[in-house]
Design a protein around this ligand. Sequence first.
Ligand code: GAR
Length: 226
Amino acid sequence: MSEAPRQPLPVVVLISGSGSNLQAFIDGQARGELPIDIRAVISNRADAYGLERARAAGIPGEVLSHRGFDDRASYDRALAEVIDRHEPGLVILAGFMRILSDAFVTHYLGRLINIHPSLLPDFRGLHTHERALESAVQVHGCSVHFVIPELDAGPLIVQAEVPVWPDDTPETLARRVQIQEHRIYPLAVRWLAEGRVCMREGRTWMDGRPLEQTPRITADTRVETL
Ligand code: GAR
């Protein structure tokens, strides 16, 4: 007897800005490479360009501004209410530039992921490209990870590395890193949607085993075969 085909994984994507990673999900889904159903895109900023991208793809967009809320906890409670209306199996932070309360993160533990523009654990926090250049590292990159209460410290799922060139500026480096973000973020989401990756006991599991070493891709890696 053949297995019933897996239902697309319902996801909600949170953004604050351009939404180029959101676009990578929309494109991957349109090409039939990503078994997900993007139920909604939620932004804390009304002017986020990603909302335009959602509209163009026929995905419901919602704005929940953080202004007017007394504190982080009350905003996060309202945000969770909006998210949960869509019953997502996965909540994707794609350039959502807010620190999340412990209660919010705990509510979604194991089904909340983020992309961060550095090779974690290096350069947690902001201004990662500037800091990579100041530190004169030769290799920089990006990381997809499960979100835990500690900032940028959750179990890693996949990373991509890029070389740093002597004449790089934060902008040139950011562009090179983003090209890789648009490869590894859909890859990680595909693994989750296929049930290959999950978080268990505070670790990333892949194909039924705790991950010993985070998969790391380079510009040459053929991600479609992973
Ligand atoms: C991405 O480069 C992502 O790595 C970064 O925001 C950008 C969003 O771009 N996220 C963080 O810095 C999280 N701390 P996008 O809106 O074009 O996807």
